[in-house]
Design a protein. Sequence first.
Length: 502
Amino acid sequence: MPRYYVTTPIYYVKDAPHVGHAYTTVNADALARWHRLVGDEVFFLTGTDEHGQKVARAAEEQGMAPLEWTDQMAPRFAEAWAGLDVANDDFIRTTEPRHREAVQRFLSAIYENGFIYKDTYRGLYCVGCERYYAADELLEGGRCPDHQTPLEELEEENYFFRLSAFEDRLVAWYEADPTAVAPESKRNEALSFIKGGLRDISITRTSIDWGVRVPWDDEHVFYVWYDALINYVTAIGYGEDPERFAEWWPAVHHLIGKEIIRFHCVWWPAMCMAAGIDPPAHVQVHGWLLLGGAKMSNSSVNRITPASLAEEYGVDPLRYHLLRDIPLGSDGEFSAEGITARYNADLANNLGNLLSRVATVVGSKCGGTGPAPDPASRLAAVAAEVVADTAAGWDASRPDLGLEATWRLIRETNAELEAAEPWKAEPGPAVDAVLGSALEALRIVAVLASPALPATTREIWRRIGLDGLPEEQRLPAAAAWCGYPGGLPVEKGAPLFPRRKD
Ligand code: MSP
């Protein structure tokens, strides 16, 4: 059985989860759900990044010990994701013993392989980014290009990772698999950075002790990024359960925002090579959710939490908007108007309307019992195309294209009903055929849309009288025409998506 291992970045616990974090997590969840649907064995990992100066300072500001504080913050992420119907298989915290042990094993392997050495480092550090900057990377006045804040001058004895030794191997890796980093523009960006020459990087600190201790030198803790990246192998048993590790690695799909390309597309593959394991198979880079043209961040969205949006619009409409309107790889403006427009067009007018008119007419013309589909319906061919196009979208890590394809079946079924007008016709075989085919289309849509709309598709499934759950079906068999058996009770129920006026 094919395996699909998908990860999100592990989020800093400094701030509460915001919609930008939800964007990545919901996309990863939907991709995981799609792969479960096609029968892959799936492992979906997310979690929290809890070490480093940023977190230590935030805890200090609260008058708390770092762990006490992260113990309070980490569950907020887990709860936010549960609230969005995110079904991750594991939630990793970098403060867990399993992670500390994996980091120490992984970095000891790199040390023993001769790619770590000690030196003195003096440089300009941005606590917000948790990294050093070279002078030519800074804005005027020596400010951080991301945070626009002044940098701190630090001088320390550090251990260094010999990143410079991996230039050729990284280029060879990129050339051997042109799809390893997607989209192509981001691949090219990472590759040209590598070709521009790589400097060794400082990977330990002595000035803070909130981190994983360097096993061969107690004075040092590992730098937060170095510790964090290793989470991806900790969770699948690196150095602890070799059989499990071999099952899941390197066939991983890392989903990341574009600001952390360098860490995932340069450092991380080099770290893997240095530790003697394969680099990750796939890094999928996505763009940003923007608010008024700027990257959405905690300072800009303190009131727009995922939970408040879910309460306002519903969990599934929020998920649908994130998946459908901001294609993976591009930036997208986030706005209330955008969610509402998508909600009214696709959910209220198309999907909700289809279910409600079919259930109403089955009630009035078929005594509430759903008829079987017409094997010769025009919609059978449409459905076959839609299934193929939907799969192509999801397989290309483009939920927006997958959903766009699925919605074609909804629109065509609505059009078919409008042409046949079964609500005006006498009950009989012709009406049964039209309604049975519309029910069959709804059944197929429920399966295909289940990765995006888990709760809604369960409700559709139940209302058209089917047993089990749409997400328990397996494609492609579950999308074959005439899967709806007929003779099932169809329930009208309240509108799934009442039209919004805002
Ligand atoms: N802790 C590091 C990642 C370590 S991974 C080994 C980190 N954490 S973070 O909390 O800052 O989260 C960054 C990730 O959150 C981004 O890469 C992206 O996936 C997501 N997003 C944060 N803001 C976002 C937007 N405005 N838009 C889209 N995604 C955003 O970096």
